[in-house]
Design a protein around this ligand. Structure first.
Ligand code: ATR
Length: 271
């Protein structure tokens, strides 16, 4: 069987092996997918060793998404925009293609799994780190009416807005400066990890607002609990994004698109 893996540090809690092995079984693809603990001081050495074992492709997670960008010899337009990659393809001619499937993952989860269309909507994104940079191009490709990026460090939000301004109407600001009601709010800060809430005005949430937290867990995230309390129409966590980005990577490697519904349900039950 063809060999694939997810590389990160730490890696033992990664859900990717279960997800990809389920995809392989479902699509009857002969492949094995494992978890590889990368050397934080030698990402290249870790990847070279994996390729020497016959590895055909890698998913890349914390803290190696930028290293993977450097390692690759070719980058998709999307990966170039993201500045970080979560998918590598090792081609037979020795070249290494870099892709970032996180953005496609969140857009597919929002639009296909939750039937929320992004086109013409007012979108608020909280956070301006690597996770947000990674999703902006696919999000803007759906032609929202407007995207506002709000961040604790205002300069980072402004910088991101400038970097993506050729793709649509994007503005950056601080949390307190956010004005009006939004159709879709995406929390891409890591504040949830600390159980904290980005201090955005409560008025951003109306009866038609859909909220998406890129985080997930066994319990509802702090952000989604806050949004529910304020009467949001719907709150979604990031587990679907995880499964959908995996499906997109699987498609890039194997040319076949797995069915995600059952795999997502299984992952939900395992939380
Ligand atoms: P990631 O790869 O998860 O995006 P990152 O690049 O370190 O990680 O970005 C983390 C994001 O969460 C940033 O937008 C950060 O805000 P700053 O740019 O001001 O640092 C945001 N963040 C982290 N902790 C936060 C908190 N307690 N409240 C609000 N925002 C927070």
């Amino acid at each position: 069987p063809d060999l694939y893996a997810v590389i990160g540090s730490p890696i033992q809690h990664s859900k990717s092996p279960l997800i990809h092995n389920a995809f392989a079984q479902q699509t009857q693809q002969s492949l094995s997918y494992e978890a590889v603990l990368g050397d934080e001081n030698d990402f290249k050495g870790s990847v070279d060793a994996f390729r020497a074992r016959g590895g055909c492709g890698l998913n890349v997670t914390v803290p190696f998404k930028q290293d993977a960008f450097q390692y690759a010899t070719e980058h998709s337009e999307r990966a170039l925009r993201a500045g970080a990659v979560n998918t590598l393809v090792f081609r037979e001619d020795g070249s290494v293609l870099a892709e970032n499937t996180d953005g496609v993952g969140i857009v597919t989860d929002i639009q296909n799994n939750h039937q929320v269309l992004i086109s013409d909507k007012r979108v608020l994104i909280l956070g301006a780190g690597g996770a947000v940079r990674g999703i902006l191009e696919p999000l803007l490709s759906q032609r929202p009416a407007e995207v506002v990026i709000a961040n604790r460090t205002v300069s980072k939000a402004e910088e991101l807005a400038t970097d993506f301004s050729d793709l649509g109407c994007v503005a950056g600001c601080g949390f307190e400066a956010v004005e009006g009601v939004f159709d879709l709010i995406i929390n891409g800060t890591s504040a949830s990890l600390a159980g904290e809430l980005p201090p955005v005005p409560e008025a951003v949430i109306g009866a038609e607002t859909v909220c998406y937290d890129m985080m997930y867990g066994a319990d509802q995230t702090v952000f989604n609990a806050w949004a529910d309390r304020l009467g949001a129409k719907k709150t979604i966590d990031g587990l679907g994004m995880l499964v959908e980005q995996a499906a997109e990577s699987f498609f890039i490697w194997r040319g076949i698109r797995p069915e995600t519904g059952a795999v997502l349900e299984k992952q939900r039950a395992l939380l």
